[in-house]
Design a protein around this ligand. Sequence first.
Ligand SMILES: *[C@@H]1O[C@H](CO)[C@@H](O)[C@H](O)[C@H]1NC(C)=O
Ligand SMILES: *[C@@H]1O[C@H](CO)[C@@H](O)[C@H](O)[C@H]1NC(C)=O
Length: 554
Amino acid sequence: MSKGVRSARIHPEQRWRWMRATTILVILSCFVSSQGVRGQDLGTWQLLLENAGIASMHTALTHFGTLVMIDRTDIGASQINLPPGVCRDSDDLVLKHDCTAHSVLYDPGTNTVRPLFLQTDPWCSSGQFMPDGTLMQTGGDFDGVRKIRTFVPCDPTGTCDWVESTTTELQSGRWYSTNQLLPDGRQIIFGGRSAFNLEFIPPNANGPLYFPFLNATNDDQNDNLYPYVHLLPSGNLFVFANRDSIEYNYLTDTVVRAFPQIPGEPRNYPSAGSSVMLPLLGSNNFSVVEILVCGGAQYGAYLNSAAQMPCSSTCGRMVVSDPTPTWDMTDVMPFPRCMGDMILLPTRDVMIINGAQQGSQGWTNAINPAFSPVLYYTYASPGYRMLPMAPTTIARMYHSTANLMQDGRIFIAGSNPHQFYVFNSDYPTELRVESFSPPYLSASNDLERPTITVAPQQITYNVPFTVTLSVPVALTTTVELNLVSAPYSTHSYQQGQRLVSLAVAAPIQVALASVYQVTATAPRGPTLAPPGYYMLFAVNRAIPSKAIWILVSS
Ligand SMILES: *[C@@H]1O[C@H](CO)[C@@H](O)[C@H](O)[C@H]1NC(C)=O
Ligand SMILES: *[C@@H]1O[C@H](CO)[C@@H](O)[C@H](O)[C@H]1NC(C)=O
């Protein structure tokens, strides 16, 4: 089995891309030295835990820096017990009396996991953080298909756990849905298997609302699952399914406009691409809004999974704030990828990580893991944005997750292409947890790395605020303050992920030592950044600080 970048199978027509990627590598290693890549540093991998007890299918970072990991309940015994005397009785097919945990809380401080208790099955659920930092998770399978579960995060020494509502349930059964926090603090939930509709939490009186776009984008593979949803600064929603996308006004239930179809393959589940809204920039008054979609599987790869068709190498980037936007397909990934996760980095670039090079989503439908992440330089010239990173040795395919951590690492968990726990396979159930440190974390950057020493715990829309930074060498006049949300990571898509790069005044040196004050204006309003907890990163010459958590509210 080929592993890593060098031995990855390369199609003849892709060889030129490889040559180009290699050329880029050489060029970038000189010119990018101002962008955080030093010499040969292409990132480093670290094995955090040999056995987390479960294979995480859904992962979310709380504002205490801990990570909630969630698998299915209907999978048999996991490898971590619930506390003594705690068991779960259910109608599960596999294990009706189960004393093991199917969700755990990972604490990076102690590098340990604590078992959490879930009663109902969150398989292929969706989720989002609420304005008060509560993780809300909706739907699943079997007894969980209409469930609403909440997790109120606590200090790592606390005992917080899941609470499952017994009074409110979803208006439609949902698995493979997408949630988005709205400016007014509600949550909207789109679609799911056999659910061409949407609903709100708290529930709206006339719901669920039929959503014809999901019917129109359905096909024989159901390529409209886990739709990509991005809250635009206008307050409307960008919704993408299969190869189509629209701008939708949920307040009036109207489609404002339809965008052109993306060239190439279908992109949503089970065809396994991913998408981000690129950073919203205070420097242009948040007037330019761009969507990026990368990877996917060929139509038919799911229906004819034995063919193990090559995944897509293409990315589309579209300026949706333009009156007549088109997909720019210039940047091609150095190797094909499906089930890649796309992570907005503190530096405003994007890490494309995890996944496979052949096949599709679904059990055992993929082979040939994509071991190397690719760093996408958002603001490099078109055609020169992709840089392959150092490979891992652990396959992260179906049912794996990726989340940005407070210290700038990417937390990697899961991969289970099987219905149950299977270890005697080429691509076994993966209980190991890793982190990937992008090149900006290299110790050789520490002289330029800022530290946030003083910052408010809470900021108010449109009101200026000041943070104090220290940095060993002089701060650049273009220091950035970037707010990054904590998304719900599942099925190679990060629900609710966004980055707001604030308008920042020139730093003022306040001490002879390298201490500076930087004043920024909080996001103009909740359509730019819906209320809630964000990580605030200071970035100096493309080298980020560790984040502090900040509550954005009215
Ligand atoms: C979905 O679209 C098909 C036509 O493609 C139509 O027959 C069907 O009624 C639609 N479903 C709903 C729920 O409207
Ligand atoms: C920025 O955009 C907002 C909303 O469109 C507008 O009200 C404001 O005047 C703009 N500010 C500047 C400085 O252009």
